[in-house]
Design a protein around this ligand. Structure first.
Ligand code: TRP
Length: 476
């Protein structure tokens, strides 16, 4: 294993709180505030939310702990972490890097929307509430405007990641996450006071299992992985920068709780208001960009305007602290494995991401190539969220459970016996047996029913890519 930086002492997080906030910053993002509400809306509400919470508790938590442990133990980012133990496992890391590129092939598009909305709100969007919905539709299908915002958003990512992890990422996370939390609570409280709001609360929390099929179950699994930043070596890379004395179990608990709390809070902020406004819960990816401005327009006055501005600033910052973590995975791979300088690695990764984003953005206006009738934006989303992350998480568990020894893992997680973790046995068995089997079943059923909605073919392509990576693993 010849990695350029493994001989130098590795940059570590400045403080414990800094790490938790950075990891939470990675987890909390568009996945919670943009994706969770609209996916819950499209998937029928309460039952989806319940299944998602179960997956977070039993799968998400364990996988995150696994990623932190493997990352800290090896002190290497995604590919190196696997490779240093067993060359044949390098492909798992490579799939992670590929997922990072693909997620960054659409994430900055939505990040750009959030950024644009700061200016749209500032420019008087709220003064014509009835036009808010059409204005969003017109905006995202425009070929030029969203591309410009995406470009600005990507530039911000480049600037932060150029400065290295303990400079940019850590500071941004620490200052701006709490602000977002406060704004969300304000929005949620206000939304609940609107007439008819309770129907929204009921939609979100009263499970109706007649709406559940294997598609919904796979969507809930994908949402759990996406939201917690799991299944692609992101938390592994973050863990590799973590000091030996930190308590991994506690950190995992805090990050998982914060991430899930924000997702639920975002749901509570949006659904009651939607029902009060008589909007359909299955409004799709535009949901947050339509409901939230309407809500603030309803509130009216300077206070509505101010909160709307703060909301979209907060959303943009939350998106940024997540996307820099995605970029960081690809960058640290190029640094560790390809021996590139940080600046060169950042530029190389960003060029590929920007290109993918152009296709993703244009595809929403119906421009550009399609595969099985699906445009670039939806392809990247489907491949990562429904296939790569879940399979990546499954492989990480198999790797930890079957390739590493139980005592090694126990030593890492308990800091050589200094930290007690009474549930170690339960965690170990979940990771070794239960989670891989559960993911395999959910993915298989989900792909099967994906054919009914014309999405199965693309998911199969994803499986094919993973299989190819496995076959050629020795060359990676
Ligand atoms: N979790 C982030 C969000 O919810 C997105 C994200 C950042 C991510 N890093 C990741 C998703 C790694 C999967 C894997 O917005």
């Amino acid at each position: 294993m010849a990695t350029s930086s493994s001989t130098q002492p590795r940059d570590t997080w400045g403080s414990k709180l800094g790490f938790v906030m950075a990891a939470a910053g990675s987890a909390v993002g568009l996945g919670n505030i943009w994706k969770f509400p609209y996916t819950a809306g499209e998937s029928g509400g309460g039952a989806f939310v319940l299944i998602y919470l179960m997956f977070v508790l039993f799968i998400g938590f364990s996988v995150m702990l696994t990623e932190f442990a493997v990352g800290r133990k090896t002190g290497l980012s995604a590919v190196g972490a696997f490779k240093s133990t067993d060359r044949r496992w390098a492909f798992t890391g490579v799939i992670g890097v590929l997922s990072g590129l693909l997620i960054m092939g659409f994430y900055p598009v939505v990040g750009g929307w959030a950024l644009a909305y700061i200016f749209k709100v500032g420019g008087g969007l709220l003064s014509t509430p009835e036009a808010i919905g059409d204005s969003f539709g017109g905006f995202i299908s425009d070929p030029v405007q969203p591309l410009m915002w995406m470009g600005v958003y990507l530039m911000l990512n480049i600037v932060i990641v150029m400065r290295g992890i303990s400079g940019g990422i850590e500071k941004a996370g620490k200052v701006l996450m709490p602000l977002l939390f406060v704004i969300l609570i304000t929005v949620a409280v206000y939304g609940m006071t609107l007439p008819g709001a309770m129907a929204g609360v009921e939609f979100l929390f009263k499970p109706d299992f007649s709406k559940v099929d294997s598609n919904v179950v796979l969507a809930a699994l994908g949402q759990a992985f996406f939201s917690l930043s799991l299944g692609m070596g992101c938390m592994m890379t973050y863990g590799s920068y973590l000091k030996k004395k930190e308590n991994l179990v506690q950190t995992t608990g805090m990050v998982t709780a914060m991430d899930t709390g924000v997702a639920i809070l975002a749901g509570v902020a949006m659904f009651p208001a939607m029902f009060a406004f008589g909007m359909a819960p299955s409004a799709g990816p535009g949901l947050v960009f339509v409901v939230v401005p309407q809500l603030f327009a309803e509130m009216g006055g300077l206070i509505g305007l101010l909160l709307a501005l703060l909301f979209f600033i907060g959303l943009t910052v939350a998106a940024l602290t997540s996307s820099v973590s995605l970029l960081e995975v690809v960058v640290s791979y190029l640094i560790d494995e390809k021996g590139m300088k940080r600046s060169r690695a950042v530029i190389s990764a960003s060029v590929v991401m920007a290109t993918l984003c152009v296709f993703a953005s244009l595809s929403l206006g119906g421009v550009g190539p399609t595969l099985f009738g699906t445009g670039a934006f939806d392809i990247f989303d489907l491949l990562t969220d429904k296939i790569f992350l879940a399979v990546g998480g499954m492989l990480v568990c198999i790797f930890a459970g079957w390739r590493l020894s139980r005592s090694e893992l126990e030593k890492e997680i308990t800091n050589d016996g200094k930290v007690s973790f009474p549930l170690f046995g339960l965690w170990y068995n979940l990771v070794k047996y239960v989670i891989p089997v559960a993911i395999a079943i959910v993915a298989f059923m989900g792909i099967k029913s994906g054919f009914d909605s014309g999405k199965g073919e693309i998911m199969l392509v994803g499986i094919g890519i993973i299989a190819l990576a496995g076959v050629f693993s020795k060359k990676l």
